[in-house]
Design a protein. Structure first.
Length: 102
């Protein structure tokens, strides 16, 4: 994503590390401000609309509880223990990421 933002291209590579460019600090400041404002909007909206926050890192490092919690939220239940949903979550998580092995 960074390359696309900085170069408007998916394939252009910088000649040196990004942080060696004079505009780098300004870019980081602007992007952090944008992300902060976006997060503030999400948090404000979540006060009125049921919202579930999940991160990519949660799904990668420990997917089962993250997905289990997501289904509890979606189904409006405290637990999915003993349900077909729990069985399917465990089944899929136990397979791991087979796409990356191709």
């Amino acid at each position: 994503m960074l390359g696309l933002l900085m170069t408007q291209s998916h394939s252009v590579e910088p000649k040196r590390p990004w942080n060696e460019y004079p505009l780098w600090e300004k870019f980081v400041d602007v992007m952090l401000d944008n992300f902060k404002r976006y997060q503030d909007v999400l948090v404000k909206l979540s006060a009125k609309t049921p919202t579930f926050f999940i991160s990519y890192e949660q799904l990668i490092t420990n997917p089962e509880p993250a997905v289990r919690d997501l289904f509890c939220f979606l189904l409006g239940v405290k637990t999915i223990e003993g349900t077909l949903v729990e069985h399917m979550v465990k089944k899929v998580v136990s397979k791991g990421n087979t796409d990356s092995k191709k």
